[in-house]
Design a protein around this ligand. Structure first.
Ligand code: NAP
Length: 237
């Protein structure tokens, strides 16, 4: 499918996996609305995207603030002229033992990773409905399929994203909205490198561009085909 001329919102699009997806989609001619908290990253990324010949705007808000999410998404939809695709990517990785992690940190991870995905999808849905079709890519994690030490908040948040996303799919596919749940393994980024999950070695470890190509190719499939859920791993990290 040709994606040229479509409009995509990429949450957390100023850096990391979100930025890589924004660039890959812009190369296909997709106009991009970026969201995040760091205005400088968003501004610089928007300039890079415009240099690829597409419309790009951004909105600064925290994904755990529903009122701000609704207002920011509405502004971007207005600037771009509607929404066709949501890449629900913004997230945090705070790692630590259950006994040690402050409860406030635990709650912050759940609020960002789970409520953020819920708020963004809920805000975008009316715009997809208006189009009569659309795509939502919810970025969960392999951590949401199996918990482990040091990751209780992150794993719980991502497990909840997996089932939230399944519910979205069940409700919205009838309206020609493809809801895609992705569960990537470790990819080199600020989150994974600062969290000590990988050294990010590009000869061994998945890079943001690999994730971006994967998302792009899933979206390019004929609209009759929906990848409901999928994982991606480094071959031999
Ligand atoms: N890297 C991996 O190994 C891996 C594996 C599986 C899944 N994932 C998932 O992939 C997604 C992207 O991760 P990443 O590796 O690219 O991480 P990252 O480099 O740390 O980037 C996180 C992104 O999320 C945004 N963000 C975080 N908290 C936010 C908030 N409260 N409000 C708005 N935006 C917020 C950040 O934007 P600002 O800085 O502008 O706020 C940034 O763009 C996350 O959902 C993560 O859980 C990553």
């Amino acid at each position: 499918m040709n994606l040229k001329g479509k409009n995509a919102i990429v949450t957390g699009g100023g850096r990391g996996l979100g930025k890589a997806v924004a660039v890959a989609l812009a190369k296909e001619g997709v106009n991009i609305g970026l969201t995040g908290r760091n205005e400088e990253h968003l501004k610089n990324t928007a300039e890079e995207l415009k240099a690829l010949g597409v419309k790009a705007s951004y909105s600064v808000f925290s994904i755990d603030d529903e009122t701000a999410v609704q207002a920011g998404i509405a502004t971007l939809a207005n600037e771009l002229g509607g929404i066709d695709i949501l890449i629900n990517n913004a997230g945090v990785g705070d790692f630590g033992l259950i006994a040690d992690m402050p409860s406030e940190t635990w709650e912050h991870v759940i609020k960002t990773n789970l409520f953020g995905v819920y708020y963004a999808a809920k805000a975008v849905y009316p715009f997809l409905k208006e189009r009569g079709m659309g795509d939502i890519v919810n970025v969960a994690s392999t951590a949401g399929l199996k918990g482990g030490p040091n990751m209780s908040a992150y794993a719980a948040s991502k497990a909840a994203v997996v089932t939230l996303s399944q519910s979205m799919m069940a409700e919205w596919r009838k309206e020609n909205i493809r809801v895609i749940t992705l569960t990537p393994s470790t990819i080199a980024s600020d989150m994974s490198i600062q969290g000590g999950l990988t050294d990010g070695n590009p000869n061994k470890v998945l890079q943001p561009e690999d994730f971006a190509e994967w998302v792009r190719d899933i979206l390019k499939m004929n609209r009759r085909a929906m990848i409901a859920s999928a994982s991606i791993f480094s071959t031999n990290p």
